[in-house]
Design a protein around this ligand. Structure first.
Ligand SMILES: Nc1nc2c(ncn2[C@@H]2O[C@H](COP(=O)(O)OP(=O)(O)OP(=O)(O)O)[C@@H](O)[C@H]2O)c(=O)[nH]1
Ligand SMILES: [Mg+2]
Length: 537
């Protein structure tokens, strides 16, 4: 039997993510002798690590640094594992001494966007599949997006390369000639991290690290996106979802950590690897189970909240679209909300819903959601199911497109693909071309938009926003039903709700109430059934 004693943050050169060296860890102690901690398990982007008290200090110094002084300033973990963190604090408050000494690579940390990040040199590698259709993201565009992701994660991209292949190499993803070429580039640029544009298998990751040798780390697009999500998760729900996605990604990759450790220690830990991998996997599976349960309870809570909200018949409109398309800017512009909007990928992780009040008194709820990207890791889509349910239960989707982007068409396709994965393709959709102010030929774009039943806007300058709200109303009206009802005079509030959420065509005062003819949301029409019957009788 073991007891999970502390939760905090860990710094590790190969366990932690590329740039943000802080990852949650669990300190597992023996209940009979709590001073003898048994092991620390830490979930970092490059694997899940386990550190034992018997490990030599050299080994720990090489790969694992734990800073218990960071426990005091942990925000995310406070929210993820509040109780455990508290216990860890109590445990550590008496002896503030770090387990291992601080290493000198602190000098390599830089401040970026108010965060402490290590600007590592990264080299990007992609594979162009022979026979891929021309209308998908091209390899150069995909690599330039990968560079943007790397930049968002705080890395310094020094160069990139790609290879045309019919199918990726099963052992090393790229051919041996390309491996040699990258190896030279690693030496020439002093590269610390090589990032592949597609998800690599655990075996490919291992073989590539071996081939590049030294301290060079290999990671893939999925790990990079997971790291960005990890850096940006600011709420408990987002943190839970990202942790789950990270752990599911790491589970099959656990072996890598052990081979790495064996290599680092010159084979001293050989033999214990196999057994420990099983222990580690079991711990990780238990953790995954706990996280799933927590996320399920968040999902239930969210559903209850949604049900409560839908009892008020205001339609919910969700903004969907490629990352960086301008969804949050549009929400802010229309509602005066203060959602973070910036020129970085995945600025928004949590849905924010605000009421939009139009000039004519009509209103709807507008929800901002997490952006999509091509090659979106499936583990992330699965982990973010609770958040994304917001989308699948809305009355209308507004697909925000950055029309000034050279690959706008491919981005639209990528978004449609994710929406169909979420079973949301059947929800009515309004397409909005945003950033028209930035387009090279705005007039041409606007003409094109008219032909395609698309609204052109600039969330930044405010151009086209009235037209946008009218288009939303028109779409919502298409989903309403026609009712004629006699509302008794003592139900005045019902009449004002009809005006607020429906489209009133006519009202007439009769002897025993107000006669209303209007388009109203279906749910609301049901509420009016007795008053509709009054009219018939
Ligand atoms: N020129 C121009 N820039 C815009 C417009 N709308 C948004 N932007 C900029 O585009 C960048 C991304 O905007 P966000 O609103 O954060 O995009 P988002 O779709 O919410 O992105 P994620 O949250 O990452 O999915 C910001 O730098 C905005 O200032 C626009 O209409 N014109
Ligand atoms: Mg956003």
């Amino acid at each position: 039997m073991v007891a999970i004693f502390g939760v905090g943050k860990v710094r590790s050169r190969f366990l932690a993510g590329l740039t943000d060296f802080r990852h949650p860890f669990l300190l597992v102690v023996h209940p009979d002798s709590p001073e003898d901690w048994m092991f620390v398990v830490a979930a970092g982007r490059d694997g899940v690590g386990v550190l034992y008290p018997d490990d030599t200090v050299e080994e720990r110094n090489a790969d694992f640094e734990v800073h218990d002084d960071e426990l005091a300033s942990t925000r995310l973990e406070d929210e993820v594992f509040p109780e455990e963190t508290q216990k860890a604090r109590n445990q550590n408050s008496s002896e503030k001494k770090p387990i291992v000494e601080e290493k000198d690579y602190d000098s390599r940390f830089k401040l970026s966007n108010g965060r402490e990040v290590l600007e590592e040199k990264a080299y990007l590698v992609g594979v162009a599949r022979k026979g891929d259709s021309d209308d998908s993201y091209g390899i150069e565009e995909s690599l330039s997006e990968l560079a943007q992701l790397a930049d968002t994660a705080g890395l310094l991209v020094v160069d990139s390369t790609y290879q045309k292949l019919a199918t990726p190499h099963p052992r090393t993803y790229i051919g041996s000639g390309k491996v040699a070429e990258i190896k030279s580039a690693i030496h020439a640029y002093d590269v610390e991290t090589v990032i592949f544009d597609d998800e690599l298998s655990p075996g490919q990751l291992r073989n590539l690290e071996k081939a590049f040798g030294g301290d060079v780390r290999v990671c893939d697009r999925t790990a990079l996106i997971l790291d960005i999500f990890y850096q940006r998760a600011a709420t408990r729900e987002a943190a839970l979802q990202v942790s789950l996605a990270q752990m599911e990604y790491q589970l099959p990759r656990l072996t890598r950590m052990w081979t790495h450790l064996e290599r680092q220690s010159g084979g001293q830990v050989k033999g214990m690897g196999e057994k420990q991998i099983e222990v580690d996997k079991r711990i990780l599976r238990t953790q995954i189970g706990t996280l799933k349960k927590e996320i399920e309870s968040v999902r239930k809570h969210r559903k209850q909240y949604r049900n409560r909200r839908t009892s008020v018949p205001v339609p919910v409109v969700s903004l969907v679209g490629y990352t960086n398309a301008g969804k949050s800017t549009l929400l802010n512009r229309l509602t005066g909300a203060d959602v973070l909007a910036e020129d970085k990928l995945f600025a928004t992780l949590d849905p924010t819903t605000r009421r939009v009040q139009m000039k004519n008194g009509k209103e709807f709820l507008l929800s901002d959601t997490v952006g999509f990207i091509q090659k979106l890791p499936t583990t992330l889509v699965a982990a973010f199911r609770a958040t994304l349910e917001e989308i699948s239960e809305s009355s209308l989707l507004v697909h925000v497109v950055d029309i000034s982007h050279p690959l706008a068409e491919q981005q639209i396709e990528a978004v449609d693909k994710v929406l169909s994965e979420l079973d949301a393709s059947s929800i009515p959709m309004l397409v909005v071309w945003n950033k028209v102010d930035k387009a090279s030929d705005p007039e041409k774009i606007k003409m094109e938009a008219k032909k395609n039943d698309v609204v052109c806007i600039s969330a930044l300058t405010g151009e086209g926003l009235e037209e946008f709200c009218n288009a939303v109303q028109d779409k919502l009206k298409d989903m309403m039903v026609w009712v004629e009802a006699l509302i008794p005079f003592d139900k005045g509030e019902l009449l004002s709700t009809i005006h607020r959420v429906g489209m009133v065509e006519r009202t007439e005062y009769a002897e025993n109430g107000t006669l209303v003819r209007a388009h109203v949301p279906l749910r609301f029409a049901r509420l009016l059934t007795p008053m509709r019957q009054m009219l018939v009788s």
